[in-house]
Design a protein around this ligand. Structure first.
Ligand code: TRP
Ligand code: ZN
Length: 885
């Protein structure tokens, strides 16, 4: 284990590497009980670091060093220094060669970082710092090298041997073994290295680039999954075309491969030419994957493919710059998904997710800037802030510069920095240079953590016919940052008259009106914009499309919100008005519950949703989104102190009340859509997603009425659907219903039917983990004993434990602290074999400041217990210690 205390690393301490590695030649000998890695590194002194030959400090962890040579001379113990994290050599000239041989144990690697086995496959995960668990190396992204990789393994067990780049040779060797060599012509950092060996089948296709090069596309999976690859293949081809059309970016190798593995810490990894995916992010077909899963596959395939430019051709100088590739690539995949499906619905879903989860992170003890300035364990910084808020920051640039200006900036960025490892400043500089603008103040989004609050007030002057909006921004303190300077906040807006028509926007001081929709740049702590020619007082539609990741406050009345729900020309803001109305109504109910009063719901919310439900003109996916009340986790996030019992009671009361009040309309739309679904083969396309979304939310409301014909409908949908979207919703509504016999029968038949499909069993676990009926913890504990469950598989942990602690607030936050104790026990167990997963599962406990003092004490006690349990990984150490600081 570790011998030193984990230590903090600072961005301000960055220095270029002392040495460079021009070529990396690797040979892997893969065996069942160990593997051997031989590395030949062609190295030289980094001229940027000047004269002299300082010691060469190579990273290496959990490696058994067998031999080391410097320029072909075998070194003895006296010639080098070895610790559990470094090998130090003493080169004698500016150019030299290092040869090492090490022994490693992929077969017992449960952390799923470095070279490991997943079932009968060998695979790798090197980002961020996993390559040092494969061989001694300069494992940092600013050291870029040309890689040649040879693998030698049993021919029968591992017929397929893959690595980055192009295959250059293969053949048999003695003892039933064989070899294959791959060469990657592009320089890359070690974190993009990949290797796969196993008995894999592949689905093949081709893509012709716009300059007429043919690229072979291959998706490799275990044989039983060969029928679940077509959706990912279609998504890949669409992504390749989209990146050419939208960014002018072409693929650069002759072959692009995706491999699906069952044991994977994250969604997928963009290794050059050889993406490795969590099987949950590749496999999808109607019978086994929901609409949401299909959309997730499409988005992740695109995300990893887009990294070929935003991440691989232009990479990060150091890990503080992670959002340079991740924020930008999430922005790219979000635009892609918007183009492939419904842009408004995609935006609604992303914003709801950001506001629930990233805002909570930004308000907690792990809050950090999009470009953090320190970390202990980089794996802890693959966060909602770096990814999702990072994407919002890129999106704001897009809004401020316009599509064309943004494209000029991205073209310059890719051209200027091709083959380099760069910083977020270089990205901004390219945007500035291409557009002749100054983004100095904008860059505060990269350095200041926390979610800004934007308070807006209005003033109408009837005599002068002017209408003023005053914006006041502030940002709460976050760890290490007490004072914040004003951000550049792009506020997209429109002004509506009493008929719901958009008014021309003529700002005082400008010569004429500029359209009816525009983007104001709020740059001061307080700033007023005055519109002229306002014959009547208008109603503002603010922050359209959620044009900045802020908490906006404007004192809308409920009637005004209902008006915006009907009339706003911005679809996103129509939804947003409905959400704000629902939040106000739910907050009333929460207060009533807390005061012990009878719950009485504002009839305006019922009326508003009744008219949404009756509007046949509206996109059905929009209807479904508007019918969805803000989630419990979001209601907790916007509370000063979250009262989980009151939130749950209030939201359930509202759902019940809506179900009863809107019963007829819900039933009509349910039946109409279910009839179409029955008559239509499954298609993974927006209009079909929309129909099923409305059908399913209608069913989940209807079930609350407990009517026999609804139970019959749920059972019919469960038994006769040809697709997982309908079947799983039917199962979920049964699981959350009081119909115990039907529920038990459905769960049993589902498990029997899908017992051989681990991804479907994950959904079965999740549905039960999310059941908010009393007794949640006991159900989860019982499910952990199920033969299909194992803590060793991250998807299983997320499906059961993650869903319980993250989504089932009422059960997880049980007042006796049993949920907290359970989670802490699990984190302690996971810490011993998979630190990345342990640390991620810990997140719900870090939010202790949100809850009442009794719960705070219980949560802190569990964090304290983890902190002192001994042998903590740096991952878990960082999160617990910061949470208790
Ligand atoms: N770069 C990957 C992405 O596309 C993230 C990733 C995959 C990762 N596996 C990982 C990060 C393991 C840390 C550890 O977003
Ligand atoms: Zn990524």
């Amino acid at each position: 284990m570790r011998t030193e205390q984990p230590k903090m690393i600072y961005l301000k301490d960055y220095q270029a590497p002392e040495y460079l590695i021009d070529e990396t030649h690797l040979t892997f000998e893969l065996f069942e009980d160990h593997s051997l890695v031989h590395a030949q590194l062609v190295m030289r002194r980094n001229p940027a670091r000047g004269e002299g030959l300082p010691p060469l400090v190579l990273d290496g962890q959990q490696l058994e060093l067998l031999s080391v040579k410097l320029d072909d001379v075998e070194l003895t113990d006296a010639d080098y220094q070895l610790t559990d994290s470094h090998l130090t050599l003493h080169p004698q000239c500016a150019q030299f060669m290092v040869d090492t041989s090490v022994k490693i144990h992929p077969e017992t690697n449960t952390a799923l970082e470095g070279l490991y086995t997943s079932g009968s496959l060998f695979c790798t995960q090197c980002e961020a710092e996993g390559f040092r668990k494969i061989t001694y190396y300069l494992d940092r992204p600013d050291v870029m090298s040309i890689f040649t990789t040879t693998m030698i393994a049993d021919q029968h067990k591992y017929p397929v041997l893959l690595s980055n780049g192009n295959p250059v040779g293969s053949g048999p060797v003695e003892d039933g073994r064989h070899w294959a060599t791959w060469e990657d012509p592009f320089k890359k950092p070690a974190y993009l290295f990949a290797l796969v060996a196993g008995d894999l089948w592949c689905v093949e296709d081709t893509f012709t680039t716009r300059s007429n090069r043919e690229v072979a596309l291959r998706i490799y999976v275990e044989p039983e999954n060969i029928d679940k690859c077509q959706h990912a293949m279609n998504s890949l081809k669409k992504s390749m075309r989209w990146d050419e059309d939208t960014y002018g970016r072409e693929y650069d190798l002759d072959i692009f491969m995706i491999v699906a593995v069952n044991d994977f810490n994250m969604g997928a990894m963009e290794n050059k030419g050889l993406n490795i995916f969590n099987s949950s992010a590749v496999l999808a077909r109607a019978e086994t994957a929901t609409d949401a899963a299909h959309q997730r596959v499409e988005a992740i395939v695109a995300h990893e493919y887009f990294h070929n430019w935003s991440g691989n051709r232009v990479t990060c100088r150091d890990w503080f710059q992670l959002s340079l590739k991740e924020g930008f690539t999430v922005f790219r995949d979000a635009c892609f998904s918007a183009d492939m499906n419904s842009p408004t619905v995609k935006r609604i879903q992303d914003v709801a997710y950001l506001r629930t989860h990233q805002f909570a992170e930004d308000a907690g003890p792990m809050a950090h800037a999009v470009r953090p300035d320190s970390f202990i364990e980089i794996s802890n910084f693959y966060t909602l802030t770096v990814y999702e808020k990072g994407s919002e920051v890129v999106g704001m640039l897009h809004t401020l510069l316009g599509a064309e200006g943004f494209r000029k900036g991205s073209d310059l960025y890719f051209d200027r920095h091709d083959g380099q490892a760069v910083t977020c400043d270089d990205f901004i500089k390219a945007m500035e240079d291409a557009n002749g603008v100054d983004l100095t103040q904008f860059k505060r989004w990269y350095s200041q953590a926390g979610t800004p609050r934007l308070n807006v007030t209005e003033h109408y002057d009837a005599a002068k016919q002017t209408y003023s909006l005053t914006f006041a921004q502030s940002c709460p303190a976050t760890p290490g940052q007490t004072e914040k300077l004003p951000f550049v906040i792009p506020v997209a807006l429109g002004l509506l008259n009493a008929n719901g028509e958009e008014l021309p926007l003529h700002l005082q001081g400008e010569s004429a009106a500029v359209g009816t929709h525009r983007v104001l740049s709020v740059t001061e702590a307080q700033q007023t914009f005055t519109f002229t020619g306002m014959a009547q007082q208008p109603l503002p539609s603010l922050l359209r499309g959620f044009s900045a990741p802020v908490k906006l406050h404007f004192p809308y009345s409920r009637d005004q919100l209902m008006f915006l729900m009907q009339h706003d020309t911005d679809g996103f803001n129509r939804w947003e008005a409905g959400q704000q109305l629902a939040v106000q109504v739910l907050q009333d109910l929460i207060g009533q519950h807390q005061r012990g009063e009878a719950l009485v719901m504002d009839p305006r919310l019922v009326a508003a949703l009744r008219s949404v439900l009756g509007n046949e003109q509206l996109d059905q996916a929009m209807v479904a989104e508007m019918l969805s009340l803000p989630g419990e986790a979001y209601l907790a996030e916007i509370s000063e102190i979250a009262d989980v019992d009151a939130i749950h009671a209030a939201r359930e009361f509202a759902r019940q009340h809506l179900a009863e009040s809107l019963h007829e309309a819900l039933w009509a739309r349910y039946q109409a859509n279910r009839e179409v679904s029955k008559a239509t083969p499954y298609v993974a396309q927006a209009e079909h997603f929309a129909r099923r979304a409305l059908q399913n939310i209608a069913l989940s409301y209807l079930m609350l009425t407990g009517k026999p014909q609804v139970l019959a409908a749920a059972l019919e949908q469960f038994e006769h659907s040809d697709n997982m979207t309908e079947r799983l919703t039917a199962l979920a509504v049964l699981v959350n219903s009081p119909f115990d016999a039907e529920k038990a029968k459905a769960l049993a038949s589902f498990a029997e039917h899908f017992k051989d499909n681990p991804l479907v069993m994950d959904q079965w676990f999740s549905v039960q983990a999310g059941c908010t009926l009393p007794g949640g913890l006991e159900r989860v504990k019982a499910l952990m004993q199920h033969p299909a469950f194992t803590l060793k598989n991250p998807n299983k942990v997320r499906a059961l434990i993650g869903a319980f602690a993250g989504q089932n607030l009422i059960n997880f936050h049980a007042a006796d602290g049993s949920g907290y104790r359970f989670l802490a026990d699990l984190v302690i167990q996971l810490n011993a074999f998979n630190p990345q997963i342990a640390s991620r599962q810990l997140a719900p406990l870090t939010r202790w400041r949100k809850y009442d003092s009794a719960r705070q004490a219980l949560m802190k006690a569990e964090l304290e217990r983890i902190r002192t349990c001994g042998d903590l990984s740096s991952d878990v150490f960082e999160v617990v210690s910061k949470s208790l600081a």
